[in-house]
Design a protein around this ligand. Structure first.
Ligand SMILES: [Zn+2]
Length: 359
């Protein structure tokens, strides 16, 4: 996310407003584990600082589970720190591995964790994921081979990535989840699926399960800020302009022609306008691609009412806001790849890609 964090477009009430609402819960979690009042205060403060710092990287609705996990980890770190301190008092020789040996070991472990995680997927999941991520096959041609739609393939790929993240962490740490609830909870967190999180009561499980509390922190973060990705919250017409400009600036860096930049900016405008018209809140994420060649991917997500008939919404001339703008069919024509996943009552995700150079 480039310069669009705290200085750029802001949340409706600012992330601070959401974090403040979490304070009583954080206090309860820390107080249940730390008896000394001054230490507990410090840990609450430390937790809130971390949550606030991560707020822009965590889905708005994910802040509560994220705060639970952070509070638990902050307490656990204190315990580990005290333990290490006690042990080091008796230690004379530094037994750390040399740096290079250390790195090789890590790379080996990483590879085998990825291999084991891939092994946990079904053959179809694995083949589709590899065809898309490694061979660069697009969702439309995958859909043709699988007898499915591009939207369904995109949704399946998202679920597979969510599973892959969970299985990778389990394999890396050599953990078999202690309860039958663990995997469903971790999957719901990894996929950012809030309804599923409620169904499996993820917040309660995170309070009870040490393993999941520790594993799920990286699952809820969108990773370290990247300079090849920008995320713009969409709530009003002004945000449409911000999204368009951000997409244009980012895409210009990989050498799109001026004409292509205009097409991309227009498509981003259209999907952003759709979010403003039909949903309360949403976001547009623009990301530069390197493989299989340079390009740009735009994902517009909203938590609006959903589109009852996606096929109809994509028909030329179909516009639910009185012929203003090009709408979704227009955006689809301007980009090389286009997929919509919409669910009534849950929202819509539009994913579109434009490749640099010849098609
Ligand atoms: Zn668990």
């Amino acid at each position: 996310m480039v310069a669009q964090g705290s200085a750029g477009p802001t949340w409706k009430n600012g992330p601070g407003g959401d974090v403040a609402a979490l304070i009583p819960m954080v206090r309860r979690i820390v107080a249940a584990r730390v008896s000394d009042a001054a230490t507990a205060d410090d840990l609450v403060q430390e937790t809130l600082t971390r949550v606030l710092a991560a707020a822009a990287r965590v889905e708005p609705g994910m802040l509560e589970p994220y705060a639970i996990v952070t509070a638990r980890n902050v307490v656990a770190n204190l315990w580990r720190e005290q333990d290490r301190h006690r042990r080091n008092q008796h230690r004379i020789i530094d037994v750390r591995l040399a740096d290079s040996a250390d790195e090789e070991l890590l790379a080996d472990e990483e590879r085998s964790a990825v291999a084991r995680a891939l092994g946990r997927l079904s053959q179809r999941e694995r083949e589709t994921l590899l065809a898309h991520e490694v061979a660069g096959q697009d969702t439309r041609s995958l859909a043709g081979e699988l007898g499915s739609t591009a939207g369904a393939v995109a949704a399946q790929l998202n679920r597979t990535r969510a599973r892959m993240r969970v299985e990778y962490l389990l394999a890396r740490d050599g953990i078999e989840p202690p309860t039958a609830r663990c995997r469903p909870v971790l999957l719901a967190l990894s996929g950012g699926d809030r309804r599923r999180q409620r169904e499996v009561d993820a917040a309660r499980h995170l309070l009870e399960c040490d393993i999941c509390a520790r594993l799920s922190e990286p699952l809820m973060e969108r990773g370290t800020p990247r300079d090849d990705e920008v995320c713009i919250p969409i709530r009003c017409d002004g945000d449409i302009v911000a999204a368009r400009q951000a997409a244009r600036e980012l895409a210009a860096r990989v050498g799109f022609s001026r004409t292509d930049l205009t097409l991309i900016a227009t498509a981003v405008s259209e999907v952003s306008r759709n979010v403003v018209r039909f949903a309360d809140t949403g976001e547009v994420v623009v990301e530069l691609l390197e493989h299989p060649r340079k390009g740009v991917r735009v994902v517009a997500r909203d938590s609006g009412p959903g589109i009852p008939d996606v096929e109809k919404a994509l028909m030329d001339g179909f516009s639910t806001y009185n012929g203003l703008g090009l709408g979704l069919p227009g955006a689809r024509r301007l980009m090389d790849e286009f997929a919509i996943v919409s669910e009534i009552g849950r929202g819509t995700t539009v994913t579109m890609t434009k490749w640099c150079g010849e098609r």
